[in-house]
Design a protein around this ligand. Structure first.
Ligand SMILES: [Zn+2]
Length: 360
């Protein structure tokens, strides 16, 4: 069966001695990566199999506390890094991620995870939110999980496989226009407001200017904390909006239609999300996250998603089909120069998206 793969980030709650064991494991793992990297670079050998023959035993002897599977993971990590660039010697930070596979990681229910460390296997408690419980129940972990260390906290990035929902019967199309001012607008005329995310963004950019002018380390740290908090809040809002949209599609037996952004260039994507400055990175990131959330929640619930050509969806009149730059009076206002049709600009775009999905 073809499931949906989603990555979820889970906070670990190690006891003091477990914390130390994880830290030492991470350090030794990355030290081993650095040793392997030198061998690979100097012998110009970047294939996993050959590198394993070349350095498995010397590394095993030098890092006697690392289990053999962790050494194999370290070799794999080095190979991955050299795939991107063989010209310069790769170096690994000592708090870089460890990639665990199922031989060295296993979940013990939803409360604990068993991990291989330099001190043998340890069973570490995890913090699982209500949301994660619903996602993880009866799920299979797929492939690998990264152990990462961020600001003094260990997290697991787990890839979970979620089965696709049984496909619902559909008789309608719900066109969705995604944007910045209105995060999402559907072809039934409902606006999913971006006010909350936009307020976050404004507050963040003011704070950023203030703290950047200070330029101290403490200011930088506060800025990073703040950015993380804003991302968390934006993600919660996206979860909420995507859930509402998918439930609405289910209620109305509708296919969801979105603009296809894969085929168009990065520049056009930027103009679509109205990116003017670095300060708007949060909205850009949030925009793509919402698309992703809608897609996977739709698949989980058996709601089909179709993608339509995004060309001129904001300039075309949904009433008469006339396409003109002049139709778009302002950011909000659409007024057709040919037939006089007046509507909110995002609503007009969502109607175009809906129609394109029906036609195609
Ligand atoms: Zn018109």
């Amino acid at each position: 069966m073809n499931g949906i793969l989603i990555t979820t980030k889970i906070k670990l709650l190690p006891k003091q001695e477990q914390y130390q064991a994880l830290k030492r494991t991470m350090e030794q793992f990355n030290q081993a990566c650095n040793r392997i990297s030198i061998i690979a670079y100097e012998s110009n050998c970047f294939s996993k199999v050959k590198l394993q023959q070349l350095c498995y035993y010397p590394i095993r002897i030098e890092f006697e506390n690392l289990s053999s599977q962790l050494i194999i993971r370290a070799i794999a990590k080095v190979c991955e890094a050299y795939k991107l660039n063989k010209k310069t010697k790769c170096q690994f930070k000592l708090d870089g991620a460890i990639v665990y596979d199922q031989r060295i990681l296993s979940l013990k229910g939803l409360e604990n995870v068993s991990l291989a460390t330099v001190e043998g296997r340890i069973k570490v408690p995890m913090f699982i939110s209500g949301y994660h419980i619903s996602v993880m129940q009866d799920r299979r972990i797929r492939g690998q999980a990264d152990l990462v260390f961020v600001n003094g906290v260990f997290y697991l990035l787990l890839v979970l496989e979620i089965p696709e929902g049984e496909r619902i019967n559909t008789s309608e199309v719900l066109g969705i226009d995604l944007g910045i001012v209105n995060i999402a607008t559907d072809s039934k005329g409902e606006f999913f407001s971006g006010a909350k995310i936009n307020n976050l963004r404004k507050r963040y950019s003011r704070l950023r200017t203030k703290l950047q002018s200070k330029g101290t380390k403490a200011a930088k740290r506060r800025l990073q904390q703040r950015a993380r908090k804003e991302r968390r809040m934006a993600r919660d809002i996206n979860h909420c909006i995507s859930k509402n949209i998918v439930e609405k599609a289910q209620r109305h037996s509708s296919v969801i239609a979105l603009e296809n952004l894969n085929g168009i260039s990065k520049n056009k994507q930027k103009s679509k999300t109205v990116m003017k400055s670095q300060r708007q990175r949060l909205s850009r990131w949030s925009f793509f996250q919402l698309r992703q959330f809608i897609e996977y929640k739709a698949r989980m619930n058996g709601v089909p998603v179709v993608f339509v050509d995004p060309k001129y969806t904001s300039q075309e009149c949904s009433s008469c089909g006339h396409t003109d730059k002049e139709n778009r009076k302002t950011q909000d206002q659409f007024e057709c120069v040919s037939c006089g049709f007046v509507a909110n600009a995002d609503y007009n775009a969502s109607l175009n998206i809906k129609r394109r999905a029906i036609v195609s």
